[in-house]
Ligand binder design. Structure first.
Ligand code: FAD
Length: 495
């Protein structure tokens, strides 16, 4: 949090903002601003003013004004980030984009949709699925996060193993640059190799290079059918072997999730799903495709799991039974939030073949710092969500959680991995950026930022190590998305 910060705006500035969007969409009361200072990390830094925009032209005029006055601007979608991205560390304007929520075009002929950034991801998915089409990026927050936030974070979910992440579905963007100029990058074609790939540059740029005001996204035909399997193994080594063997057999699953023994036990106590309590690892596998191939693929995956040592494999072809098998994975976050007052959740990713080694090292980290670490995640794409069980009210346990986070990153990088597979850097992981990138690469990123935003007004304090980062001032563990029991006793976030 920015202690004793001077407001970054004055009356004259607020008056000009009001001229752009009208008084009803400029919020200055603390009780209104407060909510715009939060995201799913539980950190807080209220903006000086919130501007709710509805059109690209308004975004452009707001940015032009902020650029002229040197006022910081933080773009904001639904505020579900796990990395602190929409938290306005330097105050100034919170640019609320949720009101730009129209689907402007749905074109089956060109297999694309054109959307505004505030469209809720799940709404777009439902709309196109009703017509036999599919927009695959599936963050677990799809029912409330926005396409703009997904683009800025390059979000993905359990289906990422087969279908990739948001960037794989971006054809073109309309972007407002920090000085208010509007540009378009990419286009409507499946192929486009003209010039630098600026579409991909803006994707993952965490709201630091420009504000996305329109996106053209690629759609694919909705898969006709799927089969879901739940396989129980004695230990993680057997589960890991099954994962490798499935891919080695040329099968590309839609989803391949893994849970460790503690996760299995905790979920079973929570929901009584009939899971095997003698299992040390469980795989949830989904394969999709044509109806005619489902039986064959189900049998093939089942045989591979058994050969790897599975003690039991359950196979579901019917949708109701499939939903039942998925339930154990879906309640994982609320169930495990009961294990400790605080669960520090990570999103490290390694090449798939290094997964078993990472798990062993993570468990060793738990022993070394004296805190339990539960492990689950998207085994198919090497993206794990280790949960460090601790108590943020206890300074000693916090210090140990911070140490565990650091070690967890160190081991991930040693194994050829990355700090974040889904959630982005923001200010939660920015102190650790030098672990993954050399000085020259970080300088290049800073040069790019400086070229686009020389005054540094767009989302300051993020991505790079920065003195404005509140984490070194006694806040919760750097690098950590902090899970706490929500009002209903469940985890309020989770992968
Ligand atoms: C319960 C829960 C489950 C989650 N599961 C997943 C998951 O499975 N996979 C995953 O990837 N993430 C997950 N997340 C994290 C989060 O939902 C994603 O990062 C999501 O993409 C954020 O979208 P948002 O609309 O909430 O954006 P915000 O949180 O509002 O903003 C995120 C970043 O995007 C920038 N931004 C927002 N809109 C724009 C725009 N139009 N132009 C430029 N920059 C913009 C902001 O400045 C900020 O840096 C989860 C979060 C929760 C709470």
């Amino acid at each position: 949090m920015m202690a004793n910060r001077e407001p970054a705006v004055d009356r004259a500035f607020l008056k000009e903002l009001t001229r752009v969007v009208g008084p009803d969409r400029v919020l200055t009361k603390l009780e209104s601003r407060y909510a715009y200072g939060l995201d799913a990390t539980y950190h807080q830094a209220a903006p000086d003013v919130v501007v709710r925009v509805r059109k690209a032209d308004e975004v452009s005029r707001v940015l032009r004004l902020c650029h002229r006055e040197g006022v910081p601007v933080t773009p904001r979608g639904a505020g579900t980030s796990f990395s602190g991205g929409p938290i306005p560390l330097a105050g100034g304007v919170s640019l609320a984009l949720q009101g730009m929520n129209r689907v402007l075009e749905f074109s089956p002929g060109d297999s694309l949709a054109v959307v505004e950034p505030g469209v809720v991801t799940g709404d777009l998915q439902r709309l196109v699925e009703a017509e036999g089409w599919y927009y695959p990026p599936d963050p677990q927050s799809a029912d409330f996060c926005t396409i703009g936030g997904n683009i800025a974070e390059n979000a993905s979910g359990p289906h990422g193993v087969k279908y990739g992440s948001t960037r794989d579905y971006l054809l073109g963007l309309e972007v407002v640059l920090p000085d208010g100029e509007v540009i378009t990058v990419g286009g409507r074609t499946i192929k486009n190799v003209t010039g630098f790939d600026l579409t991909r540059l803006f994707c993952s740029s965490e709201g630091m290079l420009g504000v996305v005001t329109k996106a053209t996204v690629k759609l694919i035909p909705r898969p006709e059918s799927k089969v879901v399997l739940l396989a129980f193994f004695k230990d993680w080594a057997q589960g890991g072997r099954a994962v490798a063997d499935i891919f080695a057999a040329g099968i590309l699953p839609t989803t391949l999730e893994i849970m460790d023994d503690v996760s299995i036990r905790t979920v079973e106590e929570y929901g009584h799903f009939g899971l095997r309590l003698d299992a040390g690892a469980m795989l949830l596998i989904e394969v999709d495709g044509f109806i005619e191939t489902m039986d064959r693929q189900g049998r093939a995956v089942s045989a591979i799991c058994e050969k790897a040592g599975a003690m039991e494999v359950r196979v579901a072809h019917d949708p109701a039974r499939q939903a039942e098998l998925w339930k154990a994975r879906k309640v994982l976050s609320p169930a495990t939030s009961r294990l400790a007052p605080t669960r520090v959740s990570e999103d490290v990713t390694v090449p798939r073949s290094r997964l078993p080694e990472l798990v062993v090292r993570l468990k060793e980290v738990g022993k070394e710092v004296g805190l339990p670490i539960i492990v689950f995640g998207h085994a198919g794409d090497g993206n794990l969500h280790p949960g460090i069980l601790t108590d943020e009210r206890d300074p000693d346990k916090w210090a140990r959680a911070e140490r565990a986070v650091e070690l967890c990153f160190k081991h991930t990088i040693e194994l050829g991995g990355t700090l974040s597979g889904e959630h982005g850097v923001g200010f939660m992981k920015s102190p650790f950026l030098p672990l993954e990138y050399g000085e020259r690469a970080i300088r290049l990123m800073k040069d790019l930022k400086g070229a686009v935003d020389p005054k540094g007004i767009l989302n300051p304090g993020k991505m790079f190590p920065d003195p404005r980062n509140p984490l070194r001032a006694g806040g919760p563990a750097a690098g950590a998305a902090v899970g706490q029991p929500g009002p209903a006793g469940g985890e309020r976030h989770g992968p």
